[in-house]
Design a binder for this molecule. Structure first.
Ligand code: NI
Length: 216
């Protein structure tokens, strides 16, 4: 694939998502793209498919389009057709975009190709660690949630419908999703990269609750 297709796509997404304030802005895409390249190289996956799916994966997230997870793949397809990308690339990229979103702790995700696994690991890594904490609070504020409320306990969601409707406090999101991601990483590279980020979130939560209780 030509460099040009990748850079045109990066520019298109950068323009589309710049200044977005919920943690799904261009810089999220930029970080996922970098992580995706790194993982794809060490896992020997097809770099073009991983790069394009990383760049296009949040083109229209169900969290912001009324819950329809078909819009993202359609927009990605329209864009790739417009810049004359081969169908052999378009099809797997759109498939990945449809398959990767997190649908609740107890909902089984579809089987992914190696490229899908790399892309999903990159996206999950950006959801944990220091960046993950920052993004979680940004999204929580954006969607009008409380920081924490000890009266509302975290829940494991059994269906995508249930997960989408969830309005629980921001801290609960760590227990409902973020702390589960380390064990859901697909690739060895992803697993290795998730360790330090996971430990950092655990120490953040420990500090948070110690402060909450006035212990320190
Ligand atoms: Ni993402």
């Amino acid at each position: 694939m030509t460099e040009e297709i990748i850079s045109k796509t990066a520019n298109y997404i950068r323009e589309k998502l710049s200044g977005e304030s919920s943690g799904h802005d261009w810089w999220h895409i930029y970080r996922v793209w970098n992580l995706g390249k790194k993982i794809a190289i060490s896992e020997k996956a097809d770099l073009d498919i991983v790069e394009l799916s990383c760049l296009l994966h949040d083109i229209s997230d169900w969290k912001f389009n009324g819950g329809n997870d078909n819009i993202g793949p359609k927009l990605a397809q329209d864009w790739l057709q417009k810049i004359d990308v081969d169908y052999k690339i378009i099809y797997p990229v759109c498939r990945i975009i449809k398959d990767i979103s997190f649908k609740g702790a107890n909902v089984k995700n579809p089987l992914l190709t190696l490229e899908g696994k790399c892309m999903q690991d990159a996206d999950r890594l950006d959801a944990i660690g220091a960046i993950g904490i920052a993004r979680t609070f940004a999204y929580g504020g954006y969607s009008g949630r409380e920081i924490y409320n000890p009266d509302i306990k975290p829940k494991r969601h059994n269906s995508f419908e249930e997960y989408k409707k969830n309005q629980s406090p921001i801290i609960n999101h760590f227990y409902e999703k973020l702390l589960l991601l380390k064990d859901k990483m697909n690739t060895d590279t992803g697993k290795r990269l998730s360790e330090e980020r996971h430990t950092f979130m655990e120490s953040f939560l420990k500090q948070f609750f110690n402060e909450w209780e006035g212990k320190i």
